[in-house]
Write a new protein. Structure first.
Length: 166
């Protein structure tokens, strides 16, 4: 993440103990192409990363949230060709997984400056519209913020509290 990490994480500091980017014990990131198949790639990346960090027991909740955040970025944050399908070229969506001793953050960066909109639907059998409800239900907190500096777009993040080791 380099110097962009501190910019991306600044809003996570609000109301929480300090999240110093230099104190991240583990971090992983991957670029995802502007294709819906990227959701599968994000799940596989998340599985491998959580297994490496001995957090495989958190996979189900984290994977569901990652899937929703990446799907939302692909569906709502990328320019499309008028067909409803994102264009198959840049800009990419980027998934970041960051672990501290007692928390894990999943952050999805996309090129849109528009914030996510939680749609309240009374039809729970609908095919879409529940993504942010699921993110809110399965993570300990979530939010978003525009990127600063030379970066354009936004980051949507979800935080998971982890049990202390030992």
């Amino acid at each position: 993440m380099g110097t962009n990490g501190s910019t991306m994480l600044e809003p996570l500091r609000q109301g929480l103990p300090p999240l110093d980017p230099s104190a991240v014990s583990s971090a992983a990131s991957c670029a995802l192409p502007a294709r819906y198949e990227a959701v599968r790639d994000a799940r596989q990346f998340t599985r491998r990363t959580l297994d490496q960090w001995d957090l495989g027991d958190r996979f189900d909740d984290v994977c569901l949230v990652v899937s929703e955040l990446v799907t939302n970025a692909l569906r709502h944050a990328l320019p499309d060709s008028g067909t409803g399908v994102p264009q198959h070229q840049e800009p990419f969506v980027r998934l970041h997984l960051m672990r501290w001793a007692e928390r894990l953050v999943c952050a999805v960066r996309d090129p849109s400056n528009d914030g996510p909109v939680a749609r309240v639907s009374e039809d729970f059998s609908a095919e879409s519209g529940r993504g942010l409800f699921l993110v809110d239900s399965f993570s300990d907190s979530w939010g978003w913020h525009p990127l600063a500096g030379t970066l354009s777009g936004k980051v949507v993040w979800a935080l998971f509290r982890l049990r202390p080791e030992g």
